[in-house]
Structure formats: structure tokens, C-alpha cells
Design a protein. Structure first.
Length: 600
């Protein structure tokens, strides 16, 4: 991003802070310390947790749909039960018998639930499995975006394995990355029929049957399929296919030099030449090509890409061209051409995001690059996007983990991934990271890095958590200031923004609930979310920390949940209230714990 845009963005951050839009929470500025010796009743014993394998048949459900659960019941004793909870409230309960069972979802739209399989013996509870359930009629309300990037000849079993894996993470939308042939003619159609195969720009073989089967299998799991393409790309000699020189972007005002993105040949088949997204004839041309795509492939929408700030650029007529200002009219042109299809446009490092947010795009998407390298930058981007869209559109971040490590074969650093997701999810975003493999590079087919077993075990719980508590994480409310203090010194608390050596607190008021997130940077080795060298450390577990907070009223209930503990299941906490001071014990903190205070 150019310095001018960075200055504008930082100015916006400051204005949001000053106006109360961008706020964390933590110890109060007045330095008042609460009574160090309140009576804090002991919490109930933490349930045991066995973490048996469990799945649902769909990534998301419409209100009233039936969910089919399947789990490994080999270790499940007789008398096991399942309870379905919205936040901390049990709404239904039933016995579990067999490896599969069904549950009819409530009729309320846009709700998150958690299913907890458990047994109770006297005063001892054991939780065997948990899983989130998203009941939403429109996936773009709570987008959980994944990707596909390899479209060679694949068997039905191979396709099902990929889609089944993504289903366990509740991925409800898929970006089909580089599935197409020429950027200006994405689907080759010959005599009215699509080609059986074609080359992508890096000379890979792409098979129509593979793309078609992936779409069908995604739909069978209630995932949406988005076809990827640049909004302004053309291969060399595209004028032979009907483009015109008057549509292109130029680096000079005499239309002598066309702007292009250089690519090495081989293996690439062409450089990518840029066209003016605001040119109505180019809009009509690409809309017509997209129509061919929709006629032959049942895509649900268009994932649009761009190349960021290009500097000073010109139209054919010699007029200065501000590319960022062309995105909104291009989006509206694509919306008009196919009003029943979804649209999202990548704001590369926020370039053009304000206009995108004010357009009819269905959600916001930012590919994050330097200098947005810190955990604080991730939170800033999400909150700026909220402000741009008046809190009407949620954000997905394409944030590539362990980027330099991905130059070679190896493994993702588990603490880096979990800490980054803790920040993104706590601030209400989602992380584009899962497809046939986890992402480490902007070229999605790169699969150099693999997940270690501890990440494979931990990550589903983070996605279950994002789904189960989406109405607190991603469904309105406002960030606010609450005084939160550590009474026994176990938690070195600090206001967000995050800093190494401290526990960052983030607060949000949602209806009659006060949410407090505790994110553990106490043992962090780096504040760089990307963790290029793979040095981020596993935080030490903190148990039974005594906390006091200033209450806005009479507290009815306090409960906690963490993706790091007992599968994200919620637990009520005992508390003591004296005036506006409320004391409780936080049972555990590893990476991220959420506390919810409910008022009378």
C-alpha cells in the first residue's frame, strides 16, 4: 500500500478511536483498584472431556431443517445424552443411542447453536463431543469462506474427501481459485458446449467434470460455490477475442503503453493486461462471458479479484484513472447483469474497500499485506470495514500464515495459526485458510506446509466456537469500555491493542450481555501474526484467575466458553457482586477465553 493510503487509513483509525467506534477494554484509566479480598464462591468442577469425533451432514441449515449427527460412539457409555444450546441456554435435550441421530432446528433465522454429548454421574459430568450448528438462510450473513484450487482429473471419492473435510469446519462458501481458462474468456465454449478441459494461466490442465462435480458436492453440503476471476484481466492478443484497445488501462496519457502484470514464460502462458473496470463496454463483455459460465456451471456467484494500487494510470483517452473508484460501478454492473448471484471483491490491503463496502457486495474481503503485520492491524481492518459498511457486512481476511516458511516443505506453526484465529474471530471476522490444504501463499495451489496433529485437533473447535457463538461474535453489538482487573496477579491485563507479555482484553456490548474476551499474549515471541519464522510460542495455561470487573447493573449470570477447553462448551460461573464491582474466577485461559455477563 502506498504511503498516502496508509496515512489516510491511520487517520481513519484515530477518528474511530476518538468517536468510540474502535475500542477495546481493560483496566480503567482512573487507576481505581477493586477490593482485593471479595468473597468469590468456588466454581463448579470443570467437566471432563474426551473429544470424540463428531460431524454434521451440512455446513449450515435453513430454519426448521433437520440435522443429522454422526459420531464415534465406541467409547460412549449407555445413558449418554445430547443437549442443544443457544449461547448458554439449553433449548432441547435428548438421549443418544447409536452412532447417528437427528435434530430439527428451531424456526428462528441466523442463530448459532452448540450440541454437547455428555453423561452425568452424581456430581461428575463428562462431555464426550461438541459441535457447532449454524441455522442461517443466507450464508453471506456469517461467511466462513474456504477455497478449491486443483481441478485435474479427480475421482468422486477424492472430491468427497475434500468437501467432507471442509464440511467439518462448517465452511459455507468456496472460492474456486484459478479454475478458468483466459481471464477475459473464463470458460471455453465450442459450438454451444463447454470444452472438456483447458489450460489455466500457469499451464495446468483444468477439467470441466472436476469443476462441475465439486460444485455439486459443495451444494450437497449446503456450501455455496463462487467462481474466481480478476475484474480487469485479459491475456495477450485478447483483441482477437473481441476486446478493444479503448478498454485498456495505460501507464501513460498517450495510450502508448498498456498496464500489465508481468509473469514469467514459461510456465505462464501470458502476462495479464488490465482493462478499465468502469468502461461500460468492458463490463458488458465480461458479463456476457460470465453468462456463459452460469449457463454451463451452477456457480452461486462471482468472487472478484484485483491487483491493488497500481499508481498513476490512465484511460485510452488520456484521462487519469483512479482504479479504486471504478470498483463500485463495476460491482453494480455485475449485480445488474446477474441479480440472483452473490458478489464479493477482494480489497487488496484495503485498496478500494470504502467503495466496495458501500456497494451491493454481499460481504467484505481483505487480502492482508505489509505493513498490516501485527495482530492489532488485523483487528483494525475488521473494525474499519464495520465502520465502512455501518456494521451491515461481515469480513473475511485472506491472511497467509507462516508465509516465508511456505517457500519450502514443512509444517505450520500451530500457536501462530490459533493466535491469529483467536484475534480474527474475537473481533468478528473469518479467516480464509482452508481448502484442499491450509493456505500459506497467495498462490492457492501451494501446499508446501501441512498441519501438525495438534493443529488438526484444535482447529475444528475454533470453527465450532465461531459458529456456536456467532450471535455474540459477528451479529451486531458495539465495542465498549469496561474496567477489568486481575485480583491475584495471574493475568497481566492490558487494554487492546495487544502487546507481548500481557493478556489483551476486548469488550463488546450485545443486547443485554457484556462480552469480555481474554487473549493471551503473555508468552508471545512475536506480535507479527504471519509469524514468518515460525517462532510464536504456545502460551502457558493459566488456571483459576480471580477477576473483577465494573458492572453496568445487577448481574443475573456470568458464563464462559473457550475453543481451547472442553470443545467450546459453555459453563456458568459463580460470582459475587458488591455495588458495581463483580468478582469471579476464570477457570482457564490458554489462547482465548470469552466471558459473558448477563444483566437483570
Amino acid at each position: 500500500m502506498r504511503k498516502r493510503q496508509m496515512k489516510q487509513l491511520k487517520t481513519l483509525f484515530l477518528s474511530l478511536i476518538l468517536t468510540g467506534v474502535f475500542i477495546g477494554c481493560g483496566q480503567s484509566d482512573d487507576g481505581i483498584v477493586p477490593d482485593p479480598d471479595p468473597e468469590i464462591p468456588a466454581n463448579p468442577v470443570t467437566p471432563g472431556f474426551l473429544s470424540l469425533s463428531i460431524e454434521t451432514d451440512m455446513a449450515a441449515y435453513n430454519p426448521g431443517d433437520e440435522v443429522t449427527f454422526a459420531m464415534d460412539n465406541s467409547s460412549l457409555p449407555s445413558g449418554a445424552r445430547v443437549r442443544y444450546k443457544h449461547l448458554d441456554a439449553v433449548i432441547e435435550e435428548a438421549a443418544v443411542s447409536g452412532a447417528t441421530w437427528k435434530w430439527q432446528t428451531p424456526s428462528t433465522d441466523f442463530r448459532g447453536y452448540i450440541a454437547e454429548v455428555y453423561t452425568q454421574t452424581n456430581d461428575t459430568e463428562t462431555i464426550y463431543a461438541t459441535i457447532g450448528v449454524d441455522v442461517s438462510s443466507d450464508w453471506t450473513k456469517f461467511p466462513r469462506y474456504g477455497f478449491l484450487s486443483k481441478f485435474h482429473q479427480l475421482s468422486d471419492a477424492e472430491i468427497e474427501e475434500v468437501i467432507g473435510s471442509l464440511n467439518r469446519y462448517h465452511i459455507n462458501g468456496l472460492q474456486f481459485y484459478d479454475w478458468h481458462n483466459k481471464h477475459h474468456q473464463p470458460l471455453p465454449v465450442i459450438d454451444g458446449a463447454p470444452a472438456a478441459s483447458w489450460k489455466d494461466i500457469i499451464n495446468r490442465d483444468i477439467y470441466f467434470s472436476t469443476v462441475e462435480k465439486y460444485i455439486a458436492r459443495a451444494h450437497s453440503r449446503n456450501m455455496k460455490a463462487m467462481h474466481y476471476n480478476l475484474i480487469y484481466g485479459a491475456w495477450k492478443n485478447a483483441e482477437a477475442d473481441g476486446t478493444k484497445k479503448e478498454w485498456y488501462v495505460y501507464t501513460d496519457n498517450t495510450h502508448t503503453n498498456r498496464d500489465f502484470h508481468p509473469l514469467p514464460t514459461p510456465p505462464f502462458l501470458s502476462n495479464i493486461f488490465l482493462l478499465d473496470p468502469s468502461n461500460s463496454e468492458w463490463q458488458q463483455y465480461l458479463a456476457s462471458e460470465n453468462q456463459k459460465v452460469y449457463e454451463h456451471l451452477n456457480f452461486d456467484g462471482f468472487h472478484m479479484d484485483q491487483l491493488g494500487d497500481r499508481g498513476n494510470r490512465y484511460t485510452y483517452d488520456g484521462n487519469s484513472l483512479n482504479l479504486a473508484q471504478t470498483y463500485q460501478p463495476f460491482i453494480e454492473a455485475m449485480r445488474t447483469a446477474n441479480p440472483d448471484k452473490e458478489i464479493v471483491l477482494n480489497a487488496v490491503n484495503q485498496y478500494g474497500q470504502q467503495g466496495i463496502a458501500q456497494s451491493s457486495s454481499d460481504f467484505l474481503y481483505t487480502e492482508v499485506w505489509s505493513p498490516n503485520d501485527s495482530y492489532n492491524d488485523l483487528a483494525n481492518i475488521i473494525q474499519v470495514n464495520n465502520a465502512y459498511s455501518n456494521n451491515s457486512k461481515n469480513t473475511v481476511l485472506a491472511a497467509y500464515m507462516n508465509y516465508e516458511l511456505a517457500d519450502n516443505q514443512g509444517y505450520f506453526n500451530t500457536p501462530a495459526v490459533l493466535m491469529t484465529n483467536a484475534v480474527i474471530f474475537a473481533f468478528g471476522g473469518a479467516h480464509l485458510e482452508l481448502g484442499e490444504h491450509m493456505l500459506g501463499k497467495e498462490y492457492f495451489p501451494n501446499s508446501n506446509l501441512a498441519m501438525k496433529s495438534d493443529l488438526q485437533k484444535a482447529l475444528p473447535a475454533y470453527y465450532d466456537f465461531m459458529v456456536a457463538y456467532q450471535n455474540l461474535l459477528r451479529d451486531g453489538g458495539s465495542f465498549n469500555v469496561v474496567s477489568v482487573s486481575s485480583m491475584d496477579g495471574k493475568l497481566p491485563l492490558a487494554n487492546w491493542p495487544a502487546s507481548k507479555g500481557s493478556i489483551a482484553t476486548v469488550c463488546r456490548k450485545v443486547d443485554d450481555k457484556q462480552v469480555v474476551h481474554f487473549i493471551n499474549f503473555k508468552d508471545s515471541k512475536t506480535s507479527n501474526w504471519r509469524d514468518n519464522q515460525g517462532i510464536q510460542a504456545i502460551p502457558a495455561l493459566v488456571k483459576d484467575a480471580q477477576i473483577s470487573l465494573t458492572s453496568a447493573g445487577t448481574v443475573k449470570k456470568i458464563w464462559t466458553a473457550s475453543p481451547d477447553m472442553i470443545g467450546g462448551a459453555s459453563r456458568s460461573l459463580n460470582f459475587d457482586q458488591s455495588g458495581n464491582q463483580v468478582a469471579f474466577t476464570l477457570p482457564e485461559l490458554k489462547y482465548w477465553s470469552m466471558v459473558v455477563v448477563e444483566y437483570e
